[in-house]
Structure formats: C-alpha cells, structure tokens
Design a protein around this ligand. Structure first.
Ligand code: GRF
Length: 197
C-alpha cells in the first residue's frame, strides 16, 4: 500500500510539481490531493493537468479565526485520507492545534539553512550577513515556525554578484532535488536526514 500525500501550497507550485513527478514507479507514496488557500494559485492548474485532485480552502472568510480556518482545512484534507502532508510554499502560519493533528506526518521546505533565517526574506538576509553559502531545508513541522527535526539540507554557494533573485533561483533548483529525495525516505519510514550535495 502506498502512502497517500496531500500537498498544500499558495503559489506557483514548482516544488509541488517536483514532488508529483517523483511519485512514480517504486516510490512508496502517491499524490492524493493538492490544496491551496488561494483560488488563483498557479499550482492548482499544474496539479489538475497531472490528474491530481485539487481543492481550495480560502482563509479570508475566517478573518482572524485561525482555528475556524484550520478546522475547515482539516475537514477538507480528511476527505482524501492522506498519510502525509507536504507544505510547499503554503503561506499560512499553522497553529499548535492543527500541527498537533499532523505531528510526525507533516513536512515543510524552507529556503534557508535552518536554524538560520526562519521566516521571510531568507535570501536577502543571507546576502546581508555575507554568508558564503545558502541553501534549503526540509523539516518536520512542529508548533514553532520553521522549526522541527531536520530531514534534509542542500547547500548552495553564494556568488559575489548574487542578488536575492539570483540566489533564490539557484536555491529553488536545489529545492526541487531535495524535497523529492526527503519525501521518498520519509514515506518509507526513514527519517535519516538527506544531505546534499
Ligand atoms: C519555495 O522557495 C519554498 O522554499 C518556500 O516557498 C517557495 C515556494 O515556491 N517555502 P514554489 O511555489 O514551490 O515554486
């Protein structure tokens, strides 16, 4: 029996595509759902084009009621009975209540070498700090933002003339390698971290 994977996103979904495209052959998981909090997220069309069910749960009608949004999110996700949730550019902070429901079964990709640069603007912050290398991290999701056990990291050298944009593009290319590699292990029940390159 394959593990069923739900992927949550808010944007273009390039990581989602990399994950979907990896789940073939002897991979221990298969996609069950791609869900967005934004109806206009580009990732939804890409998932549908690949024959994967899509859903939208808009956070806006819930206003400041995060628990209300997360209840709706959880209910919609459960219709697809996933075993694993992959966050892939899902731009909503999840509360302890939601995280607890998926503890040990929800993973996220973040564009920095955690524990450095939790939150936003990671590439600009790495450049401002004069870091010689940047990268990305896949980690288990816990209640603390961009925290939780590290399941893999990919390192990318910083070039002298890098801008946040050029660095982001090189890191993103490595995200597309790292995330599928981690998901394959994670879905097989192996939490040994993946270190790239
Ligand atoms: C990626 O940089 C990811 O690390 C971050 O959000 C971005 C999503 O990009 N969490 P995409 O939608 O997968 O192209």
């Amino acid at each position: 029996m394959s593990e069923r994977v739900a992927i949550l996103l808010s944007g273009g979904g390039s990581n989602m595509v990399a994950l979907l495209d990896s789940m073939t052959g002897d991979h221990p998981a298969r996609p069950a759902l791609v869900l967005s909090n934004r109806a206009n997220a580009g990732g939804l069309e890409k998932a549908a084009a690949r024959g994967v069910p899509t859903e939208v749960v808009d956070h806006r009608p819930h206003g400041a009621d995060r628990a209300g949004f997360e209840d709706a999110l959880h209910a919609r996700i459960m219709e697809y009975q996933p075993d694993i949730i992959c966050l892939a550019g899902f731009m909503r902070v999840l509360t302890e209540g939601f995280v607890a429901r998926w503890q040990g079964r929800m993973i996220n990709i973040h564009p920095s070498l955690l524990p450095k640069y939790r939150g936003l603007d990671t590439h600009a912050r790495a450049l401002d700090a004069g870091d010689a290398e940047a990268g990305c991290t896949v980690h288990e999701v816990t209640a603390a933002l961009d925290d939780g056990p590290i399941l893999g990291q990919a390192r990318v050298p910083v070039a002298q003339d890098d801008t946040p944009g050029t660095l982001a593009a090189r890191v993103l290319a490595m995200e597309h390698v790292l995330y599928p590699a981690v998901l394959r292990r994670f879905a097989a029940g192996d939490r040994t971290p993946v270190w790239l390159p």
